[in-house]
Design a protein around this ligand. Structure first.
Ligand code: NHO
Length: 347
């Protein structure tokens, strides 16, 4: 293979995966003069497309090729061997929410296969997996980016890495980390007018819009936010053991409780929001409902917006703030595509 060729392998073609495929098609076209991007493997949980000769899978028809395929996905150890044996630089794009695939990252990285992913499970699983992943990355000389694991396409992971790597000290991170919760609270408890509708119908709408996790219970029980905080806390220097090692308030099945909080807040002229915070000095991480004045930036978010404030030594009492859409197929895929660009620039 020519030095300018980079092979791409993709696992997952759901809400985010399909948006990524269309972004990849246009990226590959725009990058033709620099690098030839060749899709050599694509799989869902049921089907796959690949060949022993690594022949290119056409990007413009990949979704239909995949759905009409009769090939089964390779088992993960076989996939590692298949990709490593190509003799061409390879990037694995994991667009699933699979823990098994996350657990296999060290075996890919050790063989020099780079990874980009929106999957939170690798970085918010056990602390041991976190350490194994970064050790394997060093060992294999591979690249690894996971911007979309927190705040979709917003530059959240790159920002905390930049802060830490340039010698700043993060003291506190707080904000709204769930696009789904943001959407639900903004529609149920808006700063003006009376929010309403049926909780279950609004959850169904959030799923329809592509905001929820593959299993929406992971959004409603706070685990998704806990995963994001675990990742950020680790980059800030805390050895958080797992997303269940700190207090997380679940909204399942406590709809009544949250309605009560909403009513209480309203009496004080406030609104409730589902927020997360990391206090680095006291090593406190927590996720749950809090009341905010109507004038607070957290109270007046719109749609699926996230807002994340980084308090650091360098920024002093005025935090560095990142805000914008925090969920949805296209914005999440943008995080994955921009990660791929970072990898391509270094291969
Ligand atoms: P889907 O639509 O369920 O698709 C999953 C695909 O993976 C399917 O094709 C399935 O066949 C395949 N798959 C699953 N397990 C597999 C296995 N073992 N082997 C092979 N294939 C397998 O999932 P989505 O919605 O496309 O999500 C994909 C990934 O993106 C997940 O890891 C999800 O956590 C991540 N992600 C999504 C979003 C989003 O907006 N949808 C965001 C971030 C990351 O910033 C977003 C966010 O945090 C959303 C969050 N719910 C919020 O804030 O409200």
């Amino acid at each position: 293979a020519s030095a300018r060729q980079v092979n791409i392998a993709i696992i997952g073609a759901g809400g985010v995966g399909k948006c990524f495929l269309s972004q990849l098609e246009s990226l590959a076209a725009r990058r033709q003069n620099k690098q030839k991007l060749v899709l050599t493997y694509i799989a869902t949980s049921k089907k796959a497309v690949y060949s022993d000769s690594y022949s290119p899978i056409a990007l413009d028809s990949v979704v239909s090729t995949l759905s009409s395929s009769s090939q089964a996905p390779l088992a993960l150890p076989k996939l590692v061997d298949y990709l490593a044996a190509s003799g061409t630089k390879t990037v694995l794009v994991d667009n699933t929410s699979s823990q098994d695939i996350a657990d296999a990252y060290p075996s890919f990285l050790r063989r020099g296969i780079s990874i980009v992913t929106p999957n939170k499970k690798a970085f918010s699983g056990s602390y041991k997996l976190w350490q194994d992943i970064f050790a394997a990355k060093e060992e294999g000389g591979a690249l690894l980016y996971h911007e979309a694991s927190c705040g979709a396409g917003l530059p959240v992971i790159s920002t905390i890495k930049d802060l830490v790597e340039t010698g700043d000290e993060v003291t506190k991170i707080e904000g709204v980390f769930s696009g789904t919760m943001s959407f639900l609270f903004n529609s149920f408890a808006p700063t003006s007018g009376s929010g309403g509708g049926k909780w279950s119908a609004e959850v169904a709408k959030a799923k329809e819009l592509g905001y929820t996790e593959p299993d929406p219970r992971d959004d409603l029980n706070g685990l998704d936010v806990a995963r994001k905080l675990t990742i950020l806390a680790r980059y800030a220097g805390l050895e958080v053991e797992s997303p269940t090692s700190f207090p997380v308030q679940s909204l399942i099945p406590k709809e009544l409780e949250w309605r009560r909080s909403k009513a209480e807040a309203a009496k004080e002229g406030k609104v409730v929001r589902f927020v997360g915070s990391i206090d680095v000095a006291s090593k406190q991480v927590k996720v749950g409902l809090e009341k905010f004045d109507l004038s607070h930036p957290i109270a007046s978010l719109k749609g699926s917006d996230n807002i994340i404030s980084f308090y650091t030594k360098r920024y002093g009492s005025n935090p560095l703030i990142i805000q914008g859409a925090g969920a949805g197929g296209d914005v999440t895929a943008m995080g994955v595509t921009s990660d791929l660009l970072k990898v391509l620039a270094q291969l």
